[in-house]
Design a protein around this ligand. Structure first.
Ligand SMILES: [Zn+2]
Length: 258
């Protein structure tokens, strides 16, 4: 898949520079230097440098560049079919870009961790998330046919008119409780097979060590799944651009295959 950036403003002081590549904007009009004027270029370059220095060694690109699942613990690892995304924030820089968030959460830089994820790992996440909802539905669906048997329902109604409803509600309640227990047990089993707690992943651990923190859900952030990864913005550039010391190493038009 082509990842194309359109850098038309050849007059920009950052044009085709390493900073430009790391800023990784889709087009010049999206760039903070375009919005804030050429005099902001130097400060922007400092931001980018600071951002890079705060990332763990090797950056975050290997997570989304991997063609195999980065969450599987068992071999062989599944083929990448989507991305499990969680957002991290850093308290630096203080004087900042995302002013509203900064005030609320003390967030300076933000970066998504985009874990290449296989079909199986994604299904585990979804099953785990929906189990407390699925279990009551299944149990009520199993109970209803029994309640529909005329002889039974008449006997129940004869005892008390609300009894069939109570049984249905009880079935839902028991289903929910069973779902919760199963959810906990499944979570433990999944953890053996994959990095089910994304914060335990070595990449997350490296981020935490560098002072980053998950933005949503401090204990066990739930990933958002996407078939396509976030391609633009700081931290989302392919690692070839991070390695590139100057424009000569960056492919023509910033295009590269994924
Ligand atoms: Zn997997």
């Amino acid at each position: 898949m082509e990842h194309t950036t359109v850098k038309t403003n050849t007059a920009c002081v950052l044009h085709n520079s390493r900073t430009c590549a790391l800023l990784n904007q889709r087009m010049c009009e999206d760039c903070p230097v375009h919005r804030n004027g050429p005099e902001s270029a130097e400060q922007t370059a400092q931001f980018v440098e600071q951002f890079e220095s705060l990332l763990p060694e090797g950056g975050v690109a290997p997570l989304f560049e991997s063609k195999t699942c980065t969450l599987c613990k068992t071999e062989p690892k599944g083929k990448r079919s989507s991305y499990a995304i969680i957002d991290f924030g850093h308290s630096e820089p203080k004087q900042l870009v995302h002013r509203r968030l900064l005030q609320k959460q003390g967030v300076g830089f933000m970066v998504p961790l985009q874990f290449a994820c296989c079909h199986k790992c994604r299904r585990r996440f979804l099953l785990h998330a929906y189990l407390p909802l699925l279990a009551p539905v299944v149990l009520v669906a199993l109970t209803l046919p029994a309640l529909m048997i005329p002889h039974w329902i008449e006997s129940l109604r004869a005892a008390a008119s609300w009894l069939p409803l109570l049984i249905a509600v009880l079935a839902a309640g028991i289903g929910y409780a069973v779902g919760k227990i199963l959810q906990r047990e499944l979570g433990k089993r999944f953890e053996q097979e994959m990095y089910f707690d994304l914060l335990q992943h070595p990449a997350s651990q490296a981020m935490l060590e560098k002072g980053w923190f998950p933005l949503f859900g401090e204990k066990k952030p739930r990933p958002v799944f996407s078939r396509k990864r976030i391609r633009y913005g700081l931290g989302n550039a392919p690692s070839s651009r991070k390695i590139a010391e100057n424009s000569e190493n960056i492919p023509e038009n910033g295009a590269e295959s994924d």
